[in-house]
Design a binder for this molecule. Sequence first.
Ligand code: NAP
Ligand code: GLV
Length: 324
Amino acid sequence: MKPRVLVTRHVYPAAIAILQEHCIVDYHDSHDVLDEVRLQKRLQHAQGLVCQLTDPITANVIAAAPQLRVISQVAVGHDNIDVAAATARGVVVTNTPGVLTEATADLTWALLLAAARRLPAAEQFLRAGKWRRWEVDLLCGSDVSGRTLGIVGFGRIGRAVARRALGFGMRVLYASRTAAPPELEQELRAIHVPLDTLLRESDFVSLHVPLGSETRHLIGVAQLCQMKRSAFLINTARGPIVDEAALVAALEEGLLAGAALDVFEAEPAVHPGLLQLPNVVLLPHVGSAVTSVRSLMCALAAADCAAVLTGERPKHPVNPQVLG
Ligand code: NAP
Ligand code: GLV
């Protein structure tokens, strides 16, 4: 008998084809998000789960799926999954690192440049028919080239962001619990510093840590107060890494020059204060939103789900200890 897999939301078709080779697929082909109750109901007889970052894969959901053997997330971040509960039950959790690194680093740079050079304001100005002539002080922004970029979390995406900074002749500081190998620091001309130093010295602070108990509100009132008044905060990691209310207050008080955010504390809700501020660039969590990348992410998650269910080793286990 083929194992049963729940696919919680719409995915690229390649993923379904991969799963159908080995499994019976219960496909919720919709953009609608299944809540905990609906997930519990649909997972009663499932051995596999292909889910997305919107899905609450809590301890209760896992407990309601007695036959579950694998949870495959179509994303690199997996803070919506109670990995400890899955591990305690011997359920493998997988994610999709790597394939989205360059796309997310590109988007980070798009945000950084848009904030520094006030691109949304400039475009709105033109579309509103307000452009009369070239003016020496029209919509002037901040320098990027030659300035200091502070990268918080120096993993795959943080390093890809640093690599792009080489082309802008920037000084790069990074904060991470462990230092990168010296050859890499040399290649990327990146300097390992404590977070406090990074916040005090950077013109742009870009966040690339995963969300967890250590990083929730990593950037709060105290950290925002340490930043330069001319600095920008960029967040393409996870919303709750920043205390959004504190960020709004800091921006309103002019403690920062601006912010550029792809992620929010309570997505899809956006703090109303952010929507009022002219010096903030806001995107709807599109860091990896490139068709080829999203398609690869779906295929990778499906392949890892099928791998576990057919007794193979998955490529990207988050809790490899379960595999022995
Ligand atoms: P990664 O390779 O695991 O990098 C994360 C880095 O953060 C690691 O190098 C880790 O190094 C560091 N870190 C962890 N905890 C830390 C802490 N408390 N303080 C300082 N550094 C810490 O992950 P990635 O592939 O770069 O992805 C990073 C995150 O980006 C994902 O978790 C996801 O939430 C987010 N993301 C968002 C989008 C989007 O669409 N906006 C797209 C992709 C990814 P140490 O353990 O040595 O500290
Ligand atoms: C997207 O946010 C991801 O974590 O892949």
